[in-house]
Design a protein around this ligand. Structure first.
Ligand code: ADP
Ligand code: MG
Length: 269
């Protein structure tokens, strides 16, 4: 069964897309079957996975409007080793078109359910807003990965996101939880970043991932070559951190599954 994660944060430019494509590439590298879903009409995660958004025959738009299945619309990125359900500007129109439809926030969930056996991980790159698109992502997911920079206003922004996730959990998707906060673009030489990082640990405890993603120019350069850093320059510090993060995610997913197995064993089922 595929584990589905949204990479979300209402702020733009915090590293959502970088996290999505590099985690996807890191997971693929350690042998996981991965589908990356681009839910942002900007299509950066699509382009950053080596798939030309302008040349897509089918995209996540067609899947949301039920004119194509995930299997039909996803393409394999040979270079990256994972599948891409891409997006382009057409997706911006889906927002309006979905409003008139039934189960408009559960469209992606229904489509992904049909591809459940094909992947170990599904990663969803969300746009920087709480739109119908993001809601489709949150309704589909078992958990949310929140990339954040350790800056002064980071904690404030987090309150809104945490409340949104609580509401979705209460009303639409009881599975949903924050899997973890990922410290990105981290520069340990900056005292403020260290302080905010400590505050995060105090507030959120083990919800903060152990892995930290450093600020690393190779990660920023990679998208212009249409690749995640992990593929573009595997030896870069940032790329190595993302492979480490992939390993941490696999371990966390195993722990997520564990209590249910134990409960079953205990009940003799
Ligand atoms: P979002 O998807 O949240 O808008 P992006 O992933 O596009 O954010 O990142 C915003 C910018 O920061 C991009 O130019 C990206 O290349 C750069 N960036 C992201 N993570 C890092 C990092 N660890 N080191 C250096 N640059 C980064
Ligand atoms: Mg983005």
């Amino acid at each position: 069964m595929a584990k589905i994660f949204c990479v979300a944060n209402q702020k733009g430019g915090v590293g959502k897309t970088t996290t999505t494509v590099n985690l996807a590439a890191g997971l693929a590298k350690i042998g996981q079957r991965v589908l990356m879903v681009d839910l942002d009409p900007q299509g950066n995660a699509t382009m950053g996975s080596g798939v030309d958004k302008r040349a897509l025959e089918l995209s996540v738009y067609d899947v949301l409007l039920e004119s194509a299945s995930v299997k039909e619309a996803a393409v394999l990125s040979d270079k990256c080793g994972y599948w891409v359900l891409g997006a382009n500007r057409e997706l911006a129109g889906a927002e309006v078109e979905l409003v008139a439809l039934e189960q408009r926030d559960k469209r992606l969930k229904a489509a992904l359910a049909q591809a459940d056996g094909d992947f170990d991980f599904v990663l969803i790159d969300c746009p920087p807003s709480l739109s119908m698109l993001t809601l489709n992502g949150l309704c589909s997911a078992h958990g949310v990965i929140v990339p954040m920079q350790c800056e002064y206003f980071a904690l404030e922004g987090l309150t809104d996101l945490v409340n949104t996730i609580k509401q979705v959990h209460a009303n639409l998707n009881a599975d949903l939880q924050i899997i973890g906060l990922l410290r990105v673009m981290f520069d340990p030489r900056i005292t403020l970043q260290q302080q905010v990082s400590e505050q995060l640990k105090d507030h959120f405890g083990d919800k903060v991932f152990d892995t930290m993603i450093p600020r690393n120019v190779r990660l920023a350069e990679a998208p212009s070559y249409g690749l995640p850093g992990v593929v573009f320059d595997p030896s870069a510090k940032g790329s190595q951190a993302f492979v480490e993060f992939a390993q941490e995610m696999v371990a966390r997913v195993q722990r997520m599954g564990a209590p249910k197995v134990q409960a079953k064993l205990a009940s003799g089922a």
